[in-house]
Design a protein around this ligand. Structure first.
Ligand SMILES: [Zn+2]
Length: 383
């Protein structure tokens, strides 16, 4: 079985959640002097979360809250002063400190400078999880605990810049909150490298740990789970196969692309071919990478592809009996989809027919469907 790979000539725009506004300067995270000085700088921006969810901006525009150390509404200075001595120590664990802190990057502008070379406003995300035994307690958090918080609906309505910053912060904080014990020996782990890695806390050299004692990768890294998502089209793009999931049966009738988690030792192309066959019965081995999208629910990377199928009555035959994940899958006329997209006004879903919708613009599925439509229109124009 061969799988052709090519990069689509029509590129999708910047994905929602995928706009990078910061320079991550990842090589500076293990430089304690950089971390300390950036945490203490007046221009540094902190994105506050409480129990894993961001606080909303207090301004008129929908967005996430950004606080400086000496913010008028709430000063983080006393909290950061107490967290600074804990950096790279076991006491930085959220169970002891009451806060997870992670460095996001430098934003252009701002007067912070490190080694006269790296300038900008440092950005950190901080997630407060206070308890009666933590260093930072509820009483230290003033108005933060009562402030309105983001939810999935509000995040999807934010600008892409704000949603992408949220996504970046949330993925690190979600990982820091969930992964507290070493997978090698079960000891507690604690954050290092400005909250971007977790170190095994096993100090007993006689107790082997295959994480701590490894030559490389001897820390735990943040997790990203790749998901392939693929629009299936006939080779001339005149038809597109979209499917309705059983899991979303109570929602509006939504037809979308095929998606599934990648598995170990699987290429993106083979994962697409497998998911397509398992879910729809369609045999598709011509997979084209179109674009990717970080998706912070919880820590996914959507790998968006288009799969081209020969409409020969065999390869394109739909059979839902293998995986039985889908309620329905159908070949639709791409021309009909083009007309629905022409009328689309940016809402959460695209109205296709009276009783059928497609995903709206924030979803990569929408971009993939649009990609097929653009290819179809170009093929018509070249006739
Ligand atoms: Zn360990």
């Amino acid at each position: 079985m061969s799988t052709a790979v090519s990069t689509g000539a029509v590129r999708a725009g910047v994905a929602f959640f995928g706009a990078e506004s910061l320079n991550r300067v990842s090589f500076l995270r293990n430089d304690l002097e950089f971390v300390r000085s950036s945490l203490e700088h007046a221009s540094t921006v902190f994105i506050p979360f409480v129990q894993g969810e961001a606080i909303l901006s207090r301004g008129n525009e929908l967005g996430i809250c950004e606080l400086k150390l000496q913010d008028e509404w709430f000063s983080l200075r006393p909290i950061v002063d107490r967290l600074l001595p804990l950096l790279n120590t076991e006491a930085a664990r959220v169970q002891e400190s009451g806060a997870n802190l992670t460095f996001l990057g430098l934003k252009e502008g701002g007067d912070f400078s490190y080694k006269s070379q790296y300038r900008g406003s440092p950005y950190y995300a901080i997630d407060f999880r206070p308890s009666s035994t933590t260093l930072i307690q509820s009483k230290d958090l003033g108005p933060l605990l009562q402030a309105p918080q983001a939810n999935r609906t509000s995040v999807l309505e934010m600008t892409n810049a704000q949603a992408s910053l949220y996504s970046h912060a949330r993925m690190y904080l979600d990982w820091l909150a969930k992964y507290n014990y070493c997978p090698g020996c079960g000891s507690v782990m604690y954050p290092v490298d400005a909250g971007t890695k977790m170190q095994c806390g096993n100090k007993d050299k006689n107790v082997h740990c295959n994480v701590r004692d490894a030559r490389v990768n001897n820390v735990c890294f943040p997790r990203t789970d790749p998901v392939v998502i693929v629009a299936i089209a006939t080779r001339d793009y005149s038809k597109i196969c979209l499917a309705r999931s059983k899991r979303r049966v109570h929602d509006t009738v939504l037809y979308s692309t095929i998606a599934g988690f990648m598995e170990p030792a699987e290429t993106v192309e083979n994962a697409c071919s497998r998911e397509i066959w398992e879910e729809t019965g369609i045999k598709c081995h011509d997979i084209n990478l179109v674009s990717t999208q970080p998706w912070p629910y919880p820590v996914n990377l959507m790998v968006g592809c288009v799969g081209l199928v020969d409409a020969n009555g065999t390869d394109d035959k739909i059979d839902l009996t293998h995986d039985e994940e889908l309620m329905d899958a159908q070949w639709f006329s791409t021309q009909d989809v083009v007309e629905a997209l022409d009328k689309y006004n940016g809402t959460a879903v695209v109205q296709f027919r009276e009783d059928i919708t497609f995903p709206g613009k924030t979803a990569i599925a929408h971009q993939l469907i649009r990609f097929v439509c653009d290819k179809y229109k170009r093929s018509l124009a070249s006739l």
